[in-house]
Design a protein around this ligand. Structure first.
Ligand code: UDP
Length: 251
């Protein structure tokens, strides 16, 4: 590990987001990332409080980032700090949501008149400008160059990493009986290097159970707060402590 986490001290609030708070530390290269219980309900755009979500997302995201690290995906994750927080490398976030789609669902199926559930012959990688006031419009790489947010080399790296993360995670979820329908990634820059950043959790992936046809994001969208808490706990268990023996040996 590059830094001794125990020597890091929490300093002032750096950023207060919808689902996480970032704090500066006594080392300018590292931040504390603290998860909140707030959930932005897919479909509805409202925010509900889900008890236990902060711990669950911290655990799931830490697990997934460590898994990706073992596949040499450069990422900002450093280590777990406590139940609700972890330590991350400080990066300048490139203001795009990178969405990767393997199966047509949601607005994508609607916009392109595809049947929900249709497997895409090749994954689709989309960029959305991270700006709530503008409604996060879809953009392409030329917007990033024109607005001065990135350059061609960085965009190539982001596309390559997004495709690799997709290949690794599809497999990870498939072995746990889930189809990775689509998901969102964020990337950041530090000293001219690109790192996978933010979180990968039930807030950012759309999963369908393979053997039951359960659509987890629909259960989240329609569930009451206590039901959503239980659902998060159930899926976390299936992802981190898979029953299947073969899986236990592998991860
Ligand atoms: N997503 C996310 N945060 C965002 C936007 C999207 O985590 O701000 C994820 C979302 O969970 C889903 C995927 O990216 O897995 C596609 O999201 P989108 O909002 O485009 O869904 P759709 O409109 O297709 O239902």
């Amino acid at each position: 590990m590059e830094v001794n986490i125990k020597k890091l001290e929490k300093e002032s609030l750096f950023l207060d987001g919808k689902t996480k708070k970032l704090y500066q530390t006594n080392n300018p290269d590292y931040l504390f990332m603290e998860y909140k219980n707030d959930l932005v309900v897919p479909d509805g755009k409202k925010i509900i409080k889900v008890r236990g979500k902060s711990q669950i997302n911290n655990e799931v995201s830490s697990h997934v980032f460590q898994f990706l690290d073992s596949y040499h995906i450069p990422n900002h994750y450093v280590g777990r700090l406590d139940e609700k927080s972890c330590v991350v490398k400080r990066v300048d976030i490139i203001p795009i949501n990178v969405v990767i789609r393997n199966i047509a669902a949601g607005s994508f199926a609607k916009n392109y008149k595809l049947d929900e559930g249709q497997v895409l012959p090749a994954p689709v990688i989309e960029f959305y400008f991270k700006n709530d006031k503008l409604g996060n419009p879809m953009i392409n790489e030329y917007h990033l160059y024109a607005f001065g947010y990135s350059n061609q080399d960085e965009v190539r790296t982001i596309q390559r990493l997004a495709a690799k993360v997709n290949a690794v995670l599809r497999n990870f979820f498939e072995r746990r009986n889930f189809k990775l329908v689509d998901f969102k990634l964020e990337f950041g820059r530090s000293r001219n290097n690109i790192y996978l950043a933010d979180e990968i959790s039930l807030d950012t992936v759309r999963l369908w159970e393979v053997t039951s046809d359960r659509k987890i994001e629909k259960e989240i969208a329609h569930g009451k707060e206590t039901e959503v808490g239980k659902l998060y706990a159930e899926i976390k268990q299936k992802l981190i402590h898979p029953k299947n023996k073969e899986e236990k040996n592998r991860t």
